[in-house]
Ligand binder design. Structure first.
Ligand code: GAP
Length: 508
């Protein structure tokens, strides 16, 4: 049984090998914390997004969806508090006048110790030749062991300090491990200060005429600034919600856990506008709704838990995370926040425009309170991959890796195989595929033995494989094989779509 770190590595390797996720710009050695979705990953991601959209928009009469621009007026981010308070730590060297991310300096220091370990191992490998056992060497060589311990000590100080925004502790760590500036070689450091996580660029063609703007760090603000437009044009009555999915960008400091924390990622957010004073009722409602959504996928309830925040962000009067048990432990997957009237109030102040809702039942105008649900699509993707990844030993002594995706999320729903490449079987299989593809995402394959084709589709999580054989030509029946049980049965061609559809028909 793989330990969790090993399992995480296997999921990352599987994601690449089977066309789910690639490192961005891989041929140039990649871009840190940026990833591309491959052919199967894109289908899975689209299916997760659609499942969310269906649950939030299609299933709620009082929620509508919008799609706002990534670029927004720069004052939006002043009003939202991101310009002043969306920060991470940085440090200056007083001799070289160079500025560094404090945690990156520490990470680089760790990388140097790791390089020493690697060098030690390489030297030993040459010395011992074929009899060299790397694991044994790692476990016993005193210099390697001392360096591993050093790395652990540093990590055990860095990560809690980062989590707690403890700038003094980070500075102390840099001093204690005697990090020198790569340019001046000195240890003459400034205090550690906060660094803003927003990416900025310029809009406008000339240097004088250009304005600094930001790549949005959350999609929510596009909803806030449009809420009155949507309310009026959609004749929405409070309580109502506005949903949107889209890219967000953060110049993340701790970005090292595959797609868990990225610099470019996608959010699925919904702002629910309510009467002031009713926000706690709706906060509880959305906590339950969202947990129900996760469990409707068939993922065991034990893999999810709530984490209620004690320390609240400046805009919130209640907040909770839905955490998922990733191979790297229980971590935040989604946030549910009661954001009060903080955002709309701030936009009223900064824009000078009234953002009040006239409540016809109360016959009064007010700035609505907002309850937000905010989930990272990439994080949900990783949760689904982690849940689905399964290694199985089979009765015949062989083994398989099968992605047990909830069927409605699987990239392909049916694979169609002719048993052989002759006797008219490919033609018949194509005929079936050409009809089936109107209903379901299908994959046609005729290369290799059937067993190999089954394994390939297990690895990408296709719930059904349909095989066309000589009997098909006589009686229009096929064998259909189910991914998880590997059970096969013989059914009529015109039953395939219904059998597959039945399993996909899960209500969010
Ligand atoms: N509008 C509220 C908001 O943005 P957040 O807790 O900062 O709240 C919401 O982000 C969700 O977005 C998180 O629960 C997580 O799933 C996802 N997320 C945040 N930062 C991310 C990153 N760097 N990479 C991937 N997903 C991220």
């Amino acid at each position: 049984m793989a330990n969790n770190e090993e399992l995480f590595k296997k999921i990352i390797a599987h994601s690449k090998e089977y066309g789910f996720v690639f490192q961005s710009s891989e041929i140039y050695d990649g871009l840190s914390a940026v990833y591309d979705y491959a052919q199967n990953g894109t289908e899975l991601k689209n299916n997760i997004r659609n499942y969310w959209w269906k649950a939030m928009v299609q299933m709620h009469e009082n929620i509508v969806g919008i799609d706002t621009a990534i670029f927004m007026h720069p004052t939006v981010w002043k009003a939202s508090g991101h310009v002043d308070a969306f920060n991470d730590p940085m440090i200056d060297n007083k001799d070289s006048k160079k500025r560094y991310r404090a945690d990156v300096l520490v990470e680089d220091h760790i990388a140097k110790i790791e390089a020493k370990i690697t060098k030690e191992i390489e030297k030993a490998a040459i010395r011992f030749g074929e009899s060299f056992d790397e694991q044994q060497f790692r476990n016993t060589n005193p210099r390697v062991l001392a360096n591993i311990e050093k790395i652990e000590d540093i990590k055990n100080r860095l990560y809690p300090a980062m989590d707690n925004n403890d700038m003094v502790a980070i500075k102390q760590l840099i001093e204690d491990i005697e990090i020198v500036c790569p340019v001046s070689g000195s240890k003459n450091w400034s205090e550690v200060r906060q660094f803003n996580l927003m990416f900025s660029t310029n809009i406008g063609s000339t240097a004088e005429g250009a304005t600094e703007i930001f790549l949005r760090p959350e999609t929510a603000q596009g909803i806030f600034v449009n809420y009155l437009n949507v309310q009026k044009t959609g004749r929405m009555k409070i309580p109502f919600g506005i949903a949107q999915t889209g890219k967000a960008f953060r110049n993340e400091i701790v970005a090292r856990q595959f797609i868990f924390r990225m610099r470019e990622f996608e959010q699925m957010e919904m702002q629910f506008f309510v009467r002031p004073g009713e926000e706690m009722k709706w906060y509880e409602y959305w906590k339950n709704e969202r947990m129900h959504w996760h469990q409707s996928l068939g993922i065991p309830a034990a893999m999810f838990r709530f984490h209620d925040h004690d320390k609240l962000a400046h805009y919130a009067n209640a907040a909770a995370d839905i955490e998922f048990e990733f191979p790297i432990g229980f971590k935040e997957l989604e946030g549910i926040h009661s954001r009060t009237d903080f955002d709309l109030g701030a936009h009223e102040k900064h824009s000078g425009k009234k953002l009040r809702y006239h409540d016809p039942e109360l016959n009064e105008s007010y700035v609505p309170y907002v309850v937000e649900t905010s989930i990272g699509l990439d994080r949900m993707f990783l949760a689904v991959m982690s849940f689905a990844y399964t290694e199985e030993q089979l009765e015949d002594g062989s083994s398989r890796v099968v992605m047990k995706f909830p069927p409605m999320l699987a990239p392909y729903k049916v694979a169609v195989f002719p048993l052989t490449k002759k006797d008219g079987l490919p033609e018949k299989a194509r005929e079936i595929m050409n009809k089936l593809k109107y209903d379901h995402m299908c994959f046609y394959e005729e290369k290799d033995a059937i067993g190999k084709r089954y394994r390939r589709h297990d690895a990408i999580g296709t719930p059904y494989c349909v095989t066309v054989d000589h009997q098909t030509l006589e009686d229009n029946t096929v064998t259909i094989r189910e991914r998880d049980t590997m059970q096969q049965e013989r059914i009529a061609i015109n039953e395939i779509s219904g059998v597959v559809g039945e399993r996909l028909n899960v209500k969010p």
